[in-house]
Design a protein around this ligand. Sequence first.
Ligand SMILES: Nc1ncnc2c1ncn2[C@@H]1O[C@H](COP(=O)(O)OP(=O)(O)O)[C@@H](O)[C@H]1O
Ligand SMILES: [Mg+2]
Length: 112
Amino acid sequence: MQKIEAIIRPEKLQTVKAALDDLHHGGMTLTEVRGHGVQRGITEQWRGRSFAVEYLTKVKIELVVNDADVDTVIDRIVEAARTGEVGDGKIFVSAITRAIRIRTGERDEAAL
Ligand SMILES: Nc1ncnc2c1ncn2[C@@H]1O[C@H](COP(=O)(O)OP(=O)(O)O)[C@@H](O)[C@H]1O
Ligand SMILES: [Mg+2]
């Protein structure tokens, strides 16, 4: 099992969710987050003036998936979330050692 954490543009959330619909039937966690990448809060243009935004609002999607599904999920997210502009976000993948569905006591892949 692996956890895929994708930090994406909030306006891409519905597109990303739709891209995962037929593939990922398990649960997912969404968090509104704020952060910056290498541009450190890019200077934005607003009404003809530019100003620095230190932390930009993003959405973090977390999903724990079977090992066999990891690469497909990543490909789908990249394709759906990408605009080609700075700030498209990032995906982190980490190993998950245990999962337990509290209601039933199911373990590991059966618990996803
Ligand atoms: N190294 C990192 N560790 C944790 N979060 C990160 C990291 N890099 C980026 N993020 C998160 O991803 C969001 C989007 O980053 P982005 O600007 O697309 O990355 P970059 O500028 O590095 O290409 C950031 O606002 C931040 O929340
Ligand atoms: Mg950036």
